[in-house]
Ligand binder design. Structure first.
Ligand code: ATP
Length: 438
């Protein structure tokens, strides 16, 4: 992959660490390749993304039910889905330095690191194996799920029997997935443990195109309107027929312009009736539902699949900004209010003046009760606090100063994007922010 703008990636990785968004996994032990730990602001950002995703896709246009399936499943499920035999990437190893690469990521037959010759291509299964219980024979082997989808197909019958939905309807799930990637890279873009937000939408066969198109539109709106990623920063790639997975009749990849090049952000696939047929056959259970003519049918599936971590990365890249404000310029995250980890920060002008601190605390309590994601900050001077809140992406800072107490009962509200400041009456603060956030 190209290294178009390594600098920007480095700056984002460093901001994430400096400000408590994302840390290298197991850092004090030298790390663990392909793992990342989310700190306080990273967790809040992810929560906001999840909330926005649920609002659009669960409470939106379609009949949708949420699932939270176990990560560990009966290994027969992974055999039926084709993962045991086929969830692999092509692997080549260098005969000289022994490094391993994904065969489709290297050109020619020489090692990109040391120039040695590469050995023969092998298929490497990416599922992490683990053993259940105390016995270590083959019957105890299972896998950490490499995608959340499986848990939804395996529960199709439970949902039909307990909720009695009619077609079309969907299952939505957010959760961890694990892949033993040959070469984890590019920060949280390709890791070995990551989160997915997936939907399996069940339809009658002759309606698949209609719902495929509906989800294509919804995914565009999600990217544009909810994440505020501009149309110029991503594109749809109609996956060519000869590159489609064997079960898929149509797949669109949504590709984002990362600083290291254009690469997959999300996928939207028409999976036919492959999954329910396979699980029905292997389990011996009836994974059917009545269609609109009261005939039993195995429904067809539209699968929009979203990587949470790639969403976080795309959001950070899109909203990472620099300008000349403040001493020596600044870096800021121009996050939309719905995604910002902190919505408002409240400061006393000076932290050693109890009357300022007390008033600021009072305002903080009030705003926190109303808007939740509000922070009290009395570290360093106001300039430093602005710098910190800008880097976290806090849209508004509120400062209590001597005029507040002695003159006008107003506070200074400073806008992250323009740096403009206005004096707002304390009694009107809540209303002021309500209009700003609506
Ligand atoms: P890639 O071609 O980049 O390996 P994929 O086509 O294998 O991705 P899918 O199996 O379609 O990916 O997984 C659905 C989504 O999960 C992807 O669109 C991506 O957002 C996310 N995802 C997949 N693998 C990883 C990973 N190793 N790290 C982080 N996110 C991932």
């Amino acid at each position: 992959m190209m290294n178009k703008d390594n600098n920007k990636m480095e700056e984002i990785v460093s901001l994430c660490k400096r400000r408590g968004f994302i840390f290298q996994g197991s850092e004090i032990y030298g790390g663990l390749a392909g793992t990342w730990d989310y700190g306080p602001y990273g967790v809040l950002l992810k929560e906001n993304i999840k909330r926005a995703w649920i609002d659009r896709f669960v409470y939106g246009k379609f009949k949708m039910y949420q699932m939270d399936a176990a990560i560990l499943m009966n290994p027969r499920a992974w055999e039926a889905s084709g993962h045991v035999s086929g969830f692999s990437d092509p692997l080549v190893s260098c005969k000289k330095c022994k490094k391993r690469f994904r065969a489709d990521h290297v050109d020619g037959d020489k090692c990109p690191e040391c120039g040695g010759y590469l050995g023969e291509e092998k298929q490497f299964n990416m599922m992490f194996k683990t053993a259940i219980g105390a016995s270590e024979d083959e019957s105890a082997i299972t896998y950490l799920r490499p995608e959340t989808a499986g848990g939804m197909f395996v529960n199709f019958k439970n949902i039909v029997d307990s909720i009695h939905p009619k077609l079309p309807f969907g299952l939505a799930q957010i959760g961890k997935a694990f892949r033993n990637e040959i070469a984890p890279r590019d920060f949280i873009f390709r890791s070995r443990e990551f989160e997915q937000m997936e939907i399996e939408f069940f339809v009658e066969e002759d309606e698949w195109e209609k719902y495929f198109e509906e989800f294509r539109i919804q995914m565009n709106e999600w990217i544009n309107k909810d994440l505020r990623i501009e149309e110029s920063e991503y594109s749809e790639l109609d996956v060519p027929k000869d590159e489609l997975a064997h079960y898929s009749k149509k797949t669109i990849d949504f590709e984002f312009e990362y600083p290291f090049g254009r690469a997959e952000l999300y996928g939207l696939a028409y999976r036919t009736d492959f999954d329910l047929k396979s699980h029905g056959g292997a389990s011996g259970q009836d994974l059917m539902i009545e269609d609109s003519e009261n005939k039993k049918t195995v429904p067809h599936v539209i699968e929009p699949s979203f990587g949470m971590d790639r969403t976080v990365l795309a959001v950070l890249i899109t909203h990472f900004m620099k300008d000349e404000m403040g001493e020596g310029g600044r870096v800021f995250l121009k996050l939309p209010v719905n995604l910002a980890p902190v919505k408002i920060a409240v400061f006393p002008l000076l932290k050693n003046k109890p009357e300022l601190v007390e008033k600021a605390r009072e305002i903080f309590d009030e705003l926190r009760g109303e808007f939740k994601a509000v922070e009290f900050d009395d570290n360093g001077n106001v300039g430093k606090r602005y710098r910190r809140q800008d880097e976290i992406g806090t849209p508004f800072c509120v400062t209590v100063d001597f005029d507040t107490l002695e003159k006008d009962n107003r506070v200074t509200v400073r806008d992250r994007d323009t740096g403009s400041q206005e004096r707002i009456e304390i009694e009107k603060l809540k209303e002021f922010f309500q209009t700003k956030f609506s």
